[in-house]
Design a protein around this ligand. Structure first.
Ligand SMILES: [Zn+2]
Ligand SMILES: [Zn+2]
Length: 553
């Protein structure tokens, strides 16, 4: 009887981000993607969110390698953290490795990490894993679906994918290979991208964006053009460059990752721009507006990005004003709408014209919609199905689509982060759980922790009231204070009488406590907290954090 195969999900099932799945064959572990997640508004001060790697750390000696589907941060961004504790080779396309490399390099981990490039359609043994890299189209070039030929049959992981029949680089999703796998060996288990499982229809070809950009370049012949998009979207960058070259414009990059990725893609032969049409940002300042095309980062409204600084009038190189046109060639990721909107407002205030995806077709999604998802299901005809890469609602919709397409209900597994599933001759089933909570990173310190975040949220929403009082150790009598200090509850200089009343309420409470013979530290602290909390709540209907500091002399 062939040995069982296990899959452990460390992230990506229940959120968009921190994608990480671990496959076990013959006691070895193959990591499929190792991504991070960007924080939302409920995580103040957090720089990024990682998968919980404790299970991998406990099994460090069994880790064979990591295979990467593509180079987006939600698939490669956590590698530099995991590589601090573990060492393993990483497989991916040259571009994917190039994009993953910079964070690993910044972490000083490149020397002891082997990066192994693989090409389209390549099939190779990685330890006990027979792995095949199948081309897929996505919003970054050279993405792969990963097929692993295991003792329990073929397991296919779609990676992030879509069907683009006229992709910019001509590299289509290899449905033919997937079809061959389905009709020869059969696909035992399919794991597929759920991001757009709620969206009907098909994603529009990236080429349509190129046409829209060309029209905009033609309509704005005399203006300076600034185009913002994702720095890893090399196809989009190619289309922007093509439009610029066609209209005799010189392209300059703005933003660190834009400059870096353009250089990398040109070096790898993935981006074609004549040298004469590319220049440093310092050099385009002297050119007439009709000859300038600035390609910028910041399409998600990120606070310190090149575009945000331009919108605030604070970019060193580009001062925007009337006559300039900014094209936002991206769609805000859920959670970023407000920042993007603020940037657009700022640009308008400066007098610039703004074209975004709500006004012109300057963006298309990189993920398969329902029509494409159904196509994959009908070509792959998997025996078992697990939706991955999405929030719970996306996973749910994707499960339904699979059932609609004929996968029996009991063969569709709705898994979440931390779930372990086992594939045996009898079928597939849940086989336990591992820790898979969020690991919050702020600065260079590891986990910030839920407690810290809870405190930050209270501080952000309600402020803090600190009460300092000194009492006699044996009597409980007040020796000094209470002093009431606040930030964010009321503006202290204008609320002196309120603070005075608060002090009185606390004093009364402490005197009562002392009258009842309370002298111990905890009781006094509780009295201070309760008296201050009650007063603040009754007088202002607010609930700031109350920090009692009781000192004994
Ligand atoms: Zn992606
Ligand atoms: Zn992704």
């Amino acid at each position: 009887m062939p040995e069982p195969v296990r899959l452990t999900f460390l992230g990506g099932l229940g959120e968009i981000g921190r994608n990480c799945a671990c496959l076990e064959v013959a006691g070895r572990i193959l990591i499929i993607d190792c991504g991070l997640m960007f924080p939302d508004l409920s995580m103040p001060g957090v720089d990024l969110v990682l998968p919980d790697f404790s299970w991998l750390r406990e099994n460090a000696d069994r880790v064979e390698a990591c295979v990467l589907t593509h180079g987006h941060e939600d698939h490669v961004g956590a590698l530099s953290y995991l590589l601090r504790d573990l060492s393993f080779p990483i497989y991916g396309s040259t571009l994917t490795l190039g994009l993953a490399r910079s964070r690993i390099e910044e972490g000083g981990l490149l020397d002891r990490t082997e990066l192994v490039p693989v090409i389209d359609g390549e099939r190779r043994w990685i330890g006990p894993f027979d792995v095949e890299f199948i081309p897929v189209a996505h919003s970054v070039p050279h993405g792969f679906a990963i097929a692993v030929h295991t003792p329990q049959g073929v397991l296919l992981h779609s990676g992030d994918w879509k069907i683009d029949l006229t992709p910019v680089d001509g590299r289509r999703t290899d449905l033919a290979r997937i079809g061959t796998l389905a009709t020869t060996e059969g696909i035992r288990l399919l794991l597929a991208d759920s991001t757009n499982a709620e969206e009907p229809g098909h994603t529009v070809s990236e080429r349509e964006v190129g046409l829209a950009l060309r029209r905009l370049f033609a309509d704005h012949r005399h203006q300076r053009l600034i185009v913002a998009c994702f720095a890893s979207h090399i196809h989009r960058i190619q289309e922007i460059c093509d439009a610029a070259v066609e209209h005799g414009r010189i392209v300059a990059t703005l933003g660190r990752s834009m400059g870096k990725n353009v250089a990398l893609a040109r070096q790898l032969g993935l981006l074609h721009v004549p040298d004469a049409n590319i220049a440093d940002i310092e050099d385009v300042a002297s050119l007439p507006p009709s000859r300038v095309c600035v390609m910028s980062t910041g399409s998600q409204g990120e606070p310190m990005s090149a575009l945000a600084l331009m919108a605030a009038g604070e970019n060193r190189f580009v001062k925007l004003g009337p006559g300039d046109t900014v094209i936002l060639s991206a769609h805000p990721i859920p959670g970023n709408e407000h920042s993007v909107s603020q940037v657009i407002d700022g640009l308008h205030r400066l007098g610039a014209d703004v074209v975004h995806s709500g006004l012109a077709p300057v963006h298309v999604s990189g993920h398969a919609k329902q029509g494409e998802i159904k196509t994959l299901l009908s070509v792959a005809r998997p025996q078992y199905f697990i939706p991955v890469h999405g929030e719970f609602r996306h996973l749910t919709h994707h499960s339904r689509l699979a059932m609609e397409m004929g996968v029996p209900d009991d063969r569709v597994l709705l898994c979440e982060d931390g779930d372990v599933v086992e594939l045996t001759d009898d079928g597939i089933d849940f086989a336990g759980e591992v820790p898979a909570g969020y690991l919050y990173v702020d600065g260079i310190v590891g986990d910030v922790g839920r407690g810290v975040l809870r405190d930050r949220r209270v501080l952000a929403e309600e402020g803090v009231v600190i009460v300092v009082v000194t009492v006699g150790a044996r009597t409980g009598d007040i020796v000094a204070g209470p002093e009431v200090i606040t930030r964010g509850w009321v503006y202290a200089p204008e609320a002196e009488s309120l603070l005075e009343e608060c002090r009185k309420a606390i004093t009364i409470s402490l005197e009562e406590a002392a009258a009842h013979g309370a002298t111990d530290f905890d009781t006094l602290r509780r009295h201070v907290r309760q008296a201050a909390g009650r007063f603040v709540q009754e007088r202002t209907r607010r609930r700031p954090m109350i920090v009692p500091i009781v000192m004994e002399v």
